[in-house]
Design a binder for this molecule. Structure first.
Ligand SMILES: [Ca+2]
Length: 230
């Protein structure tokens, strides 16, 4: 009788441990790596990235995976006025995972570019978060040639806003880490909460408006439940 009791007790403990595991895992892993380019081949177009509508096309001339000290990252370089975005789709529940972080390193700022006018609207580094698919509402984060960091530029009222995170030459050639809350930024720009989810994120390095070369490196795109502690 005593033996049976002990076996029952130990299996109960074991099953309690098993049941507890997902809870502990959720508690200690509040972030998800979305893309670190480690699955892509050096010099290739990045794996799992697409362009609209279906083919890579000219984007293959702009975006290449590079390797440095054993780490792979993405370089976007546009010297031909191509201006094509590439994107990665994933199921992004921004209500649970509102924080988005990445690293970027501007290499060449397109000279004379300013996001404030369509005639000069180029950015060395640009990240798109589109709420609601191709035709949804757009938040774009940039490293601007000239517009001060902290500026939100209204490109199209109620449709398209640019948030400037880095600006100018001072940190060109240096990796910078960014961490944003896309839901809070959406509310600031659109004056309302998002009613649709993003289907992933896009990248654009371009210099076609001012006809100047642009180049940026990107890496470590992550989402998290709360702001990463630095
Ligand atoms: Ca990497």
């Amino acid at each position: 009788m005593k033996k049976i009791f002990l076996i029952t007790l130990s299996s109960l403990c074991f099953s309690a441990l098993l049941n507890a595991e997902p809870y502990i895992a959720n508690k200690i892993k509040p972030e998800r790596m979305i893309e670190d380019f480690s699955d892509s081949k050096n010099e290739d177009f990045p794996k799992d990235f697409r362009t609209y509508p279906f083919q890579h096309g000219k984007a293959e001339r702009v975006y290449h995976v590079k390797e440095e000290a054993g780490n792979k990252y993405l370089n976007g370089t546009d010297t031909e006025d191509i201006s094509v975005q590439t994107f990665k789709r994933f199921y992004w529940e921004t209500d649970k995972w509102p924080n988005f972080s990445w690293r970027w390193r501007a290499q060449i700022l397109p000279k004379g570019a300013s996001e404030k006018s369509w005639q000069t609207n180029d950015s060395a580094c640009g990240i798109y978060v589109v709420f609601g698919g191709y035709t949804g509402n757009v938040l774009k984060y940039v490293w601007s040639s000239t517009v001060p960091a902290g500026t939100i530029v209204e490109k199209e009222a109620g449709k398209f806003y640019i948030v400037v995170l880095q600006s100018g030459k001072k940190s060109v050639g240096e990796w910078k880490s960014e961490s944003v809350n896309v839901v809070e930024d959406y509310k600031k720009a659109f004056k309302a909460a998002p009613d649709r989810l993003p289907s992933g994120f896009g990248i654009l390095t371009d210099g076609n408006a001012v006809h100047a070369p642009a180049s940026c490196d990107y890496d470590d795109f992550m989402i998290s439940e709360s702001k990463p502690k630095n």
